[in-house]
Write a protein that binds this ligand. Structure first.
Ligand code: NAD
Length: 464
């Protein structure tokens, strides 16, 4: 292997140095792909039931090591410990869900027009799966892709965000310990250059979670090699509040949807669309509930740090641009403790008065802010909700379920809730978006294994 470059990650919590790691040189891509291809020959021939047994063990080990893992994730991402533990338990559940496919019905048979012909359609692995993920929920991000990719019989190369190398190392070590061969699951650390080299080098399947702009590059590069793609991108998710909604509950949920995980969710409620007759009442309720938020590096703060100080700069630049465009920016919450030396904290904000036609009204900013808009008719609410290039998640709050369902049927988003948050996908729900939020693929849920499989059709002529 070509010598790699070492990289030091500082914790967003306190600026402390987390152990230095080696980034993989892009020149090593052909060798990494070769190792994965060789391992595919044997891994793909194991039974799905035996792969399920290994993944069940991996899920059990993740559960057993949850506290240690949560500490690693906390130091790497600045999240609260309860958020880290909650995410790990989601990853564990994903492991068990996927492992259970070892005993599920798989494939089907087809009737034939020809006598004595038996046709069966079977699921087969795709080959070498390159799994490129972001940092916002590291362990679930690894689990959502790695478990189904391996279960379907592919070999996998996991490429985490450069900001979360340690959680990825721990996750992969646990899977190796459970029995996944090291060549069947490789870890590469680094940024876009190693990911690009592995795509260009001919990974058979590329599964990507990240921003729209990088997603476009991934799809373009994959088009040249004709790799299968699974693409999960950003969002600018609307939460609609009708005058007949339970406003107290809607405000509580809107605060959580906008600010939990410091707004670093693809499914954050970054646009709150409120019926004009209750606009002020609802905004005041929202501000009241948000004023209880503690933002800080303390483990009990409910708005954690951003991933790094550059993200805080980008977030503040977004708010500055909103003000320049004529918006009013209200800062919310009570600061908890000293800001960390790395200055990775961002104070929650509410933005009002943006021109709905402006790009800044619908851009994704990935931080603890949300924008308020008002509507007077349901048509206007739906049009505001859809007036974004993204289409990931949405929520509608109304006590008139028929009214909410009518709106939902016209909202352009992949995951929508009525009287619920914009986030909160469960592991058995297919997750993904439309428009610039994805390319029609879905992670997790009932499609999980299908995304990482191909099919082949076998005909047996038994009259010969
Ligand atoms: P990003 O696009 O900058 O990076 C994502 C991953 O792609 C990283 O591992 C990065 O190293 C890698 N990468 C960078 N350049 C690449 C290239 N040219 N080719 C291949 N890979 C490359 O995204 P980010 O800032 O890490 O994450 C935030 C984004 O992720 C937001 O837009 C958010 O909405 C989105 N996201 C989406 C989902 C979803 O399921 N839809 C979930 C979480 C986050």
């Amino acid at each position: 292997m070509v010598a790699s470059q070492s990289f030091v990650r500082h914790s967003p919590l306190d600026g402390s140095v987390l152990a230095s790691v080696e980034f993989t040189s892009p020149e090593n891509a052909p060798e990494i792909l070769q190792v994965a291809r060789q391992a595919f020959a044997s891994w793909s021939q194991t039974t799905i039931e035996s792969r399920g047994r290994i993944l069940r063990k991996a899920a059990a080990l993740l559960e057993e090591r949850a506290e240690t893992l949560a500490e690693i994730v906390r130091h790497e991402t600045g999240k609260t410990i309860s958020a880290c533990l909650g995410e790990i338990s989601g990853a564990v559940e994903m492991g068990y869900l996927v492992a259970s496919h070892g005993r599920h019905p798989s494939g089907y048979t087809l009737p034939s027009a020809i006598p004595h012909r038996h046709i069966r359609v079977e699921r087969i692995p795709v080959g070498v799966a390159l799994l490129i993920v972001t940092y916002n929920a590291p362990i679930p991000n690894y689990a959502w892709k790695t478990f189904p990719a391996l279960m379907a019989g592919n070999t996998a190369i996991l490429k985490p965000s450069p900001t979360t190398p340690h959680s990825a190392q721990k996750f992969v070590e646990i899977l190796w310990e459970a029995g996944i061969p090291q060549d069947a699951l490789q870890l590469v650390l680094g940024d876009g250059d190693i990911a690009s080299a592995l795509i260009d080098g001919g990974a058979d399947l590329v599964s990507f979670t990240g921003s729209y702009s990088t997603g476009q590059k991934v799809v373009q590069a994959s088009a040249l090699t004709l790799a299968k793609t699974v693409i999960e991108l950003g969002g600018s998710n609307p939460l609609i509040v009708c005058a007949d909604a339970n406003l107290e509950k809607a405000a509580e949920t809107a605060v959580d949807s906008a600010f939990s995980n410091a707004g670093q969710r693809c499914s954050s409620a970054s646009r709150i669309v409120v019926e004009d007759s209750v606009y002020e009442t609802f905004r005041d309720l929202f501000v009241e509930k948000a004023s209880l938020l503690t933002w800080g590096a303390n483990s009990d703060a409910n708005v954690s740090t951003l991933i790094d100080s550059q993200s805080v700069v980008a977030f503040e630049e977004y708010l500055g641009a909103a003000e320049k465009a004529g918006a009013t920016v209200h800062r919310l919450g009570i600061s908890g403790g000293q800001p960390p030396p790395e200055a990775c904290l961002a104070q929650p904000a509410l933005v009002e008065g943006l021109d709905v036609e402006s790009e800044i009204a619908t851009a994704e900013f990935f931080g603890p802010a949300t924008r308020f808009f008002s509507f007077s008719t349901d048509d206007e609410a739906v049009s505001l909700a859809n007036d974004s290039e993204y289409g990931l998640t949405a929520a509608v709050w109304s006590s008139d379920i028929a009214r909410a369902e009518r709106m939902v049927s016209r909202i352009e988003a992949g995951v929508i809730s009525i009287n619920g948050p914009t986030h909160g996908a469960e592991i058995n729900m297919p997750f993904g978006g439309v428009k610039h939020s994805g390319n029609g693929s879905r992670d997790a849920g009932v499609y999980a294994i299908d995304q990482y499989s191909d099919v082949h059709v076998v005909s047996t002529f038994f009259g010969v």
